[in-house]
Design a protein around this ligand. Structure first.
Ligand code: SF4
Length: 73
């Protein structure tokens, strides 16, 4: 099992993650930043376990983030 880590406080709200992977990402109407759906968060760091089938695509999304605030473990 892999994990997505989202350092949300540094998200600039560009929307790329949501465009590329809407199944996992939504843009918040409140503050304009991305929200990692179904993740658990502590302060500004959010974590979601993902099945193997989503890993490669998630790595692509992480690379596409312009400020690199998405990590895959
Ligand atoms: S791609 Fe990165 S900066 Fe852009 S909305 Fe997603 S997490 Fe935020």
């Amino acid at each position: 099992m892999h994990k997505i880590i989202h350092y949300r406080n540094k998200c600039i709200g560009c929307g790329v993650c949501h465009e590329q992977q809407p199944v996992l990402w939504r843009m918040s109407k409140k503050d304009g930043k991305a929200t990692l759906l179904k993740s658990t968060g502590k302060k500004d760091v959010f974590i979601l376990s993902i099945p193997d089938a989503l890993v490669v695509h998630s790595q692509d999304v992480a690379r596409a983030c312009p400020v690199r605030v998405i990590k895959i473990l």
